[in-house]
Write a protein that binds this ligand. Structure first.
Ligand code: NAD
Length: 411
């Protein structure tokens, strides 16, 4: 199974078998509240007009405004965006922030666009979804191939129409226009706190070895944090290859080389392997930080790690997870492990609302507390229902969302 929406729905079906929440609420949670498709015309540099397809899925707002990133990727589909919006609902609930779940995407290879075309596309997307977004309605943020610069253009476009400042409408903004310190690496920072807590629960220490699939915003920041704190990062993969060194890689060197050349470097004692090899190399902890469905039925058996910490959204298919659980692998799910980004997005909104900005230390202290509280609560649920960590996280999240739906009379 590799349709992310089927995976997302299957996970909800699985937890419903344990929780037995109100069936009317369960039924509603299988679908987004609203899903829109937009056509975005962009005047290309060669003078032609190209139409790009974009989506915004608003899954649930029972606990607060819809919240979720915008992905620019050629593989974006309607189903993928719907699945990602559902995962956002659970994510904001797991870390207990007053937000719901949404997600956006545009079918585009952003690397093939000039800066002007990318800006026109970002502004066009915001214009197209303008009636649906707002700081109390739906709050977008960056995701794959979008960043602070893209958010800056989108905020500017949003504010131009009513002619008033509204920084809380979008998060992951540049610092100069209301962004938060620590937001650029928050997903990795949150994953780091969760990874450390999970490793401690399983009695794994700093001698643990780590393999990371994906060397972008999430994977690269995490690799640096882990190395700095004493772990051995033995494998790193991007979409083209894996570099592996059992004694540990020099993350700074790998990063610098990738920035300059766009490729992963082979160093002394390193092996350069196919991209997918990263999943099956000897490492105690595996961090998928690329795209969904990376670990599936055909490759799950080969995974050697004891813990998987999912920075990517939906990197493990339900079938793969069954195989992994059978092998005794602990999978720390995306909705917990990668929630650091949305937590700091929430902090960004709070700072925008009070118009007062916290220090980087303030942010990271608050983030650590949120992430550790969340993983402990998830572990309690896992033990209460004698289930996996993912199902523990789902139990916590779905009960919280269902309670909010019930309290609103949406049952
Ligand atoms: P990114 O675009 O910065 O980086 C993605 C990385 O994955 C790149 O290094 C790319 O080369 C690599 N990659 C792509 N396909 C691959 C493949 N088949 N094998 C190996 N590597 C591959 O994206 P990101 O922001 O780091 O996001 C990565 C994942 O984390 C996504 O699933 C995203 O939804 C999730 N996530 C990101 C954030 C965030 O704040 N950035 C927050 C939550 C979740």
């Amino acid at each position: 199974m590799n349709n992310p929406l089927e995976s997302a729905r299957q996970q909800l079906v699985n937890i419903q078998a344990i929780l037995q929440i109100n069936p009317n609420i369960f039924e509603r949670l299988l679908y987004p509240d609203r899903m829109i498709e937009v056509a975005i015309p962009v005047k290309m540099d060669d003078g032609t007009t190209k139409i790009f397809t974009g989506y915004r899925s608003q899954h649930n707002n029972a606990r607060g405004p819809y919240k979720g990133g915008i992905r620019f990727h050629p593989g974006v589909t309607r189903e993928e965006v719907m699945a990602l919006s559902m995962w956002m609902t659970w994510k904001t609930a797991v870390v207990d922030i007053p937000l719901g779940g949404g997600k956006g995407g545009v079918v585009v290879d952003a690397k093939g666009l000039s800066d002007q075309e990318l800006e026109a596309l970002s502004r066009g997307y915001m214009r197209a979804i303008y009636p649906l977004v707002g700081k109390n309605r739906d709050v977008p943020a960056p995701d794959v191939s979008t960043d602070a610069r893209t958010m800056g253009w989108m905020l500017d476009e949003y504010e131009m129409l009513p002619g008033e400042c509204s920084p809380g409408v979008i998060t992951g903004k540049p610092l100069s226009i209301g962004g938060s310190l620590g937001r650029d690496y928050a997903t990795a920072q949150g994953a780091f706190y969760v990874l450390e807590r999970a490793a401690a629960k399983l009695h794994l220490g700093k001698e643990s070895t780590i393999a990371i699939q994906g060397f972008g915003n999430g994977g690269c920041h995490l690799a640096h944090m882990l190395e700095k704190s004493g772990y051995r990062v033995v494998a790193i993969a991007d979409s083209k290859s894996t570099v592996y060194r059992s004694a540990g890689l020099d993350v700074k060197e790998v990063d610098e080389h990738k920035r300059v050349t766009g490729t992963l470097k082979t160093c002394i004692g390193c092996e350069k392997l196919p991209s997918e090899a990263v999943l099956s190399l000897p490492a105690d902890i595996l961090v998928p930080a690329a795209l969904e469905n990376a670990i599936h039925r055909e490759n799950a058996e080969a995974v050697q790690a004891k813990i998987i910490v999912e920075i990517a959204n939906g990197p493990t298919t339900p079938e793969a997870e069954e195989i992994l659980l059978g092998k005794g692998v602990t999978v720390v799910p995306d909705i917990l492990a990668n929630a650091g980004g949305v937590v700091v997005s929430y902090f960004e909104q709070v700072q925008n609302a009070i118009n007062y900005f916290w220090t980087e230390t303030d942010i990271n202290v608050k983030l650590k507390e949120k992430m550790e509280t969340a993983i402990d609560a998830v572990w309690n649920e896992k033990e209460r229902y004698n289930t996996s960590v993912r199902m523990g996280a789902y139990a916590l999240a779905v009960k919280r969302v269902a309670q909010a739906m019930q309290d609103r009379g949406r049952g």
